[in-house]
Design a binder for this molecule. Structure first.
Ligand code: HEM
Length: 479
């Protein structure tokens, strides 16, 4: 059984760690590289294959050199927990992130550090409390239902595009009380261009944004469009006489040490939330739909559960049929498992980066201050020590016993420790409500076939749009 294997392997891993500790100062093993460029060429050619090659070295700490800087890949849950939780004060956002995203939204929550980060995180947290998020449930299901109305009569949908649009509409409405339906393309397309610019498999991701490459020019144009959309939102809100109680109102009223935020701080926060909040959830939904479409027997089990809990939805949309509610989410165990398994196999945040602010010793190796630490969910989530048949889509694996026995940081799609994803609850509720709404009304059929070609942009993106067939369900009324 997986849990037994996991604990056995874990103690073997500890033994391996003890052995490593007998040779302090050694450099961890790593893939061979070229004399000056190190592993840069190989990394740029296919970053996911490079990660897989590091994984094949079968060590919990692997070293490499990319773009003239030292990198370390940690894949043991204990080491990851140390960096993200136990010793988090010794680590900060890695320069690879500061130098890339920092060119676009330096003052957003994602990149802030120290006391300023603490003050802003505490002030923004109320927008993500459970009670607050539950008030968004009805709207999330309604928007999904309206999108489903548009799918009626169609044979196929490009689910990756559809989900981007939908999650952006939901995010803008819930957090900013802005209805972007019909004019979301500026933000959505800009996000795609920015994401593309930071594809780690492209040389352009290593260059500063001012260098006039085509990708940089596209990205700068996209940032400008994004900025214009944000400026409109802020201007409209300031001109409005209504009473608001949402993330935007918190930002506009935020008082840190007696001072409000200036325009660029508000812009950086909004940029971060709009960007971090819609792409990731859209990807989770797209991968989940793709997995269901390509695993009919799992999809059938989900339909059975949804029909049982919600009714079969065949009566049509909103007005006619019951839409899933926040309360229903307590009764849809299989849906939970589908989402957990989709996030395991295709984690939209495929790695978490950190940089030690002083020399540290981890896993028996000295890791110098300023080096880049990568803790890839992409690798850890597919580690045979924790997951039987790790590449298989098996929602059934997520039993209570399995969860209890899994080392905490063998599964961390939302990161961990004080810097864990502030939007986690929001994202999970949205993913489940949208998936339940859509699956209640449609059966998904495979069009895009596995395996998916993926690229490591800011998030884990499919190379080509994901398409699925959609068949309206005519299921028998629930008994
Ligand atoms: C399935 C969807 C999502 C995934 C997989 C995800 C993943 C993550 C991860 C792994 C981190 C930690 C990064 C690190 O420690 O370096 C993070 C941070 C963050 N996420 Fe998410 N996220 C999702 C949805 C959202 C949503 C919906 C929002 C906002 C509405 C959001 C806003 C943020 C912000 C602002 C941070 C930075 C938090 C801080 O540093 O204090 N995310 N996310």
């Amino acid at each position: 059984m997986a849990t037994h294997d996991a604990s056995t392997e874990r103690s073997e891993a500890s033994t391996a760690e003890a052995l490593r500790q007998s040779t302090p100062g050694d450099r961890p093993p790593g893939p061979d590289g070229l004399p000056l460029a190190g592993n840069t060429v190989e990394f740029l050619r296919d970053p996911l294959a490079f990660y897989d090659r590091c994984r094949a070295l079968d060590d919990d700490v692997v070293s490499y050199r990319v773009a003239w800087s030292d990198g370390y890949m940690f894949t043991h849950p204990d080491d990851i927990e140390r960096v993200l939780v136990t010793d988090d004060a010794d680590f900060r956002r890695a320069s690879v992130i500061r130098n890339s995203l920092g060119q676009i939204a330096d003052g957003g929550l994602f990149l802030m550090e120290g006391e300023a980060w603490q003050a802003h995180r505490s002030a923004l947290q109320p927008s993500f409390y459970r009670e607050r998020i539950e008030t968004y449930a009805d709207m999330m299901a309604r928007f999904a239902d309206e999108r489903a109305d548009e799918w009626e009569g169609r044979d196929t949908v490009t689910v990756s595009e559809e989900m981007r649009t939908l999650t952006l509409e939901i995010l803008a409405k819930t957090l900013l009380d802005v209805d972007v339906r019909g004019r979301e393309s500026a933000i959505r397309d800009a996000a795609a261009a920015i994401s593309d610019r930071f594809d780690v498999g492209s040389v352009s991701s290593l260059l500063p944004l001012w260098v006039p490459t085509p990708a940089n020019r596209r990205c700068r144009r996209a940032v400008k469009e994004f900025d214009d959309a944000i400026a409109d939102i802020v201007t409209d809100r300031r001109a409005s006489e209504g009473e608001f109680d949402d993330l935007l109102s918190i930002l506009l009223d935020l008082d840190v040490n007696g001072e409000g935020l200036d325009e660029s701080e508000i812009r950086d926060h909004l940029f971060t939330f709009l960007f971090a909040g819609h792409e990731t959830t859209a990807l989770t939904l797209s991968y989940a739909v793709f997995l269901l479409a390509t695993h009919p027997e799992k999809q059938a089990r989900l339909h059975e559960e949804l029909d049982d809990v919600l009714g079969d939805g065949s009566a049509g949309s909103a007005a006619d049929g019951p839409r899933p509610t926040a309360a229903d989410l307590f009764d849809v165990e299989y849906l939970d498992r589908v989402v957990d398994e989709a996030l395991r196999l295709y984690p939209p945040a495929y790695t978490v980066f950190r940089e030690p602010t002083r020399d540290v010793e981890i896993g028996g190796y000295e890791i110098p201050a300023g080096s880049t630490i990568s803790m890839p969910q992409w690798v850890v989530h597919r580690d045979e020590r924790w997951y039987d048949d790790p590449d298989a889509f098996r929602p059934e694996r997520w039993t209570d016993d399995f969860r209890d026995d899994l080392p905490e940081y063998a599964y961390f799609p939302f990161g961990g420790g004080p810097r864990h994803c502030i939007g986690m609850r929001f994202a999970l509720m949205e993913t489940k409500l949208v998936l339940a709404t859509l699956a209640q009304r449609f059966a998904f059929e495979p069009v895009t076939e596995p395996p998916l070609d993926l690229s490591m942009q800011i998030t884990l993106q499919p190379d080509d749009p994901i398409e699925v067939g959609v068949q309206e369900r005519s299921g028998a009324p629930p008994v």
